[in-house]
Design a protein. Structure first.
Ligand code: GLN
Length: 198
């Protein structure tokens, strides 16, 4: 299995380290032809407008859309925004996932936080996943083919909502599993890739 990590901007290295830990062969993707022969792709966190614009400049937009119609793709944070069909801003989106996104839903960088989440489908799902939110968005609405995997409860001034969702072979998390030592989300994505390859 070969997993690509989109490496135009953002936290791609941390995903690669996580994949290395799991013994999964992985490569950085910056050119359309690097998508060939991949079994799955991770789009990292960072700044979604920048990622989108760079993908336009690198002629990656259509190749990424074509890839995501056939293969497993996981977007974390800015990656989840880029996967969505609506972010209510003027920015290039892949539009692969039937999700609407509320960018910077929790406020500014200083309003970043961590929280213990219960996530459907993860191994040992009764054990919370420590989720790191960095200027994160919320998934404000989902289409009928999208399944919610995790929600966050409102807390003081902080809004609640959907923070992890899956639509067939597409996965979106608005937090950063690659910044923890918990490999369960990466393992989950690997299982998604295996299912897609069956
Ligand atoms: N705030 C960023 C955006 O809207 C996402 C932040 C992140 O990826 N950690 O694109």
């Amino acid at each position: 299995m070969q997993v690509g990590v989109l490496a135009v901007q953002g936290a791609f290295l941390e995903h690669r380290i996580m994949l290395e830990t799991l013994g999964i062969s992985n490569v950085e993707v910056r050119l359309p032809k690097q998508l060939e022969d991949l079994d799955g792709l991770i789009i990292p966190g960072g700044e979604s407008t920048t990622i989108g614009k760079l993908c336009v400049d690198y002629n990656l937009l259509e190749p990424l859309r074509a890839f995501g119609r056939k293969k497993a793709v996981w977007g974390t944070c800015a990656g989840a925004i880029f996967l969505s069909k609506q972010a209510h801003r003027d920015q290039p989106l892949l539009g692969l996932m039937d999700t609407e996104i509320d960018r910077n839903a929790f406020g500014r960088q200083v309003d970043s936080f961590e929280v213990d989440l219960l996530v459907d489908d993860l191994e040992n799902q009764d054990q919370p996943f420590r989720a790191v939110f960095i200027r994160a968005p919320l998934i404000s609405s989902t289409g009928s083919t999208v399944r919610t995997l995790a929600r966050i409860d409102p807390y003081q001034n902080r809004p609640g909502g959907i923070v992890a969702a899956r639509q067939d072979k597409l996965l979106a998390t608005v937090f950063h599993p690659e910044l923890t030592n918990d490999t369960r989300f990466h393992q989950y994505f690997i299982r998604m890739i295996e299912e897609t390859n069956l």
